[in-house]
Ligand binder design. Structure first.
Ligand code: PMT
Length: 406
């Protein structure tokens, strides 16, 4: 229902915080990615750990506790969200949002987001009907915030009246309806995107292999981003320790040869191919059937070239949009440009893997996108999922019609 939707839940301090825990559970079960920000007072009711476990994400509560030095957390969260839900929203939080006050992680992030913000109030009935609160709610209505009206019933304070946080099931169904009604065709709807990720392993004997340090994070992020944009996404993955992305068909392979075969089997009807994998350029010329025994002081291993998958695709191109990566340690742009031309690519994403902000294994990357039309677009260090989204958006923008009509 909510597959690949990013929901940012802002939890402020009232007894209804316990319902927000259930809300996170139901949202993740519906396929949403959920991140949670809590106020100090919310943490007096429930600890961040409950939200962390259920959302499987870090929980944020301190504006100055930057968990990742490459990004500014409140801006990063604000940009990440497809929808922000404040639940439960106290009278205090509503007052602050209505007046543009930003004195904690919740209110600072709310000022920074351009996503839709929904507010689910929960408080005593007299507080809810208080003129100041009503005024603040009216201001927020006018500013474009949407409210999930509290329901009537028995309140924690002993009163019976309007003020109960709407039930989590109802909130999830309202959110689902919202995304369904907004559904315009996604930019990559109807397109088939093939992405490769991770390293390859080239066997020496039954217990050893030649490989590299690719973790697959960049390629998996590209696959998640393509699926979120509506593409039928095929991820050809070398051996990695990552969870399979939702909405993506994963083909597990080991060697460069297996990767070549898997990619070619989907190439004919692919619209876009993105080669993020770090494919071995050489493999042992002979694979020993038995474990090699230790003998001389030194030994030489004879290697032979693997097939260059991307070059092969470039030679057989029939209108597919071909996007390569270049992992370089020196003169990155010049080498990237040369690979773009030699492999007949439309785009190449160049990363200097010696850059401390990116490369193999890290959660962030720093890249420059080069196109065959001669454009160069640098991207500063950012988390690989965010970068993947921005890279695809840039390519779509440059292509205008996506991908080439065939
Ligand atoms: O996986 P992570 O830990 O997140 O790290 C990300 C990354 C550094 C691996 C990624 O950002 C990256 O740069 N991937 C490409 C790595 C690479 O093999 O680069 P290359 O410059 O050696 O190769 C250029 C292109 O040719 C690549 O698209 C590669 O997939 C392709 N190639 C290379 C050799 C080969 N035999 N067949 C290929 O298709």
């Amino acid at each position: 229902m909510l597959l690949n939707k990013n929901i940012l839940l802002c939890v402020t301090g009232g007894i209804a915080v316990y319902k927000a825990v259930a809300l996170v559970s139901k949202l993740t079960q519906a396929g949403a990615q959920v991140k949670v920000i809590m106020t100090e007072s919310a943490m007096k009711f429930v600890t961040p750990l409950s939200f962390q476990v259920l959302s499987r994400n870090d929980v944020y509560y301190d504006t100055f506790d930057e968990k990742d030095s490459r990004v500014i957390a409140h801006i990063d969260l604000a940009d990440w969200a497809d929808l922000v839900v404040v639940a439960p929203a106290t009278a205090n939080a509503i007052g602050k949002i209505a007046n543009g006050i930003a004195d904690d992680m919740v209110t600072t992030t709310l000022l920074a987001t351009t996503a839709d913000v929904w507010i689910a109030p929960a408080m005593n009935v007299h507080m809810y009907e208080n003129k100041a609160v009503m005024r603040n709610i009216e201001t927020l209505h006018q500013d474009g915030y949407r409210f999930i009206e509290p329901s009537e019933g028995f309140l924690a304070c002993g009163y019976v009246g309007k003020g109960r946080l709407e039930e989590p099931e109802k909130i999830v169904s309202l959110i689902s309806e919202h995304f369904n009604s907004r559904k315009k065709p996604l930019p990559l709807q109807g397109k088939k995107v093939v992405i490769t990720a991770g390293p390859t392993r080239e066997r020496i004997d039954p217990v050893r292999y030649v490989s590299n340090f690719s973790s697959g994070k960049m390629g998996y992020a590209m696959a998640e981003a393509a699926a979120a944009l509506g593409a039928e996404t095929i991820l050809v993955s070398g051996p990695v320790c990552l969870a399979k992305p939702q909405g993506v068909k994963v083909l597990d392979v080991e060697s460069a040869q297996e990767m070549l075969e898997a990619v070619l089997s989907h190439y004919g009807d692919a619209d876009i191919v993105i080669k993020s994998a770090a494919v071995a350029d050489y493999r042992p010329a002979v694979v020993q059937q038995q474990k090699m025994k230790k003998k001389d002081q030194q030994m030489a291993l004879e290697l032979e070239k693997t097939t260059d998958i991307l070059k092969t695709l470039g030679e057989r191109k029939e209108g597919q949009l071909l996007v390569g990566f270049a992992a370089e340690t020196v003169d990155a742009i010049a080498y990237g440009q040369s690979k773009l031309e030699k492999k007949n690519l439309d785009y190449i994403i160049v990363n200097d893997v010696t850059d401390p902000g990116g490369g193999f294994g890290s959660d962030t990357n720093v890249v420059t996108l080069l196109s065959k039309n001669g454009t160069h677009k640098p991207f500063e260090a950012m988390a690989k999922p965010m970068l993947a989204k921005k890279l695809l958006e840039s390519i779509m923008e440059e292509e205008e019609v996506m991908p080439h009509d065939r």
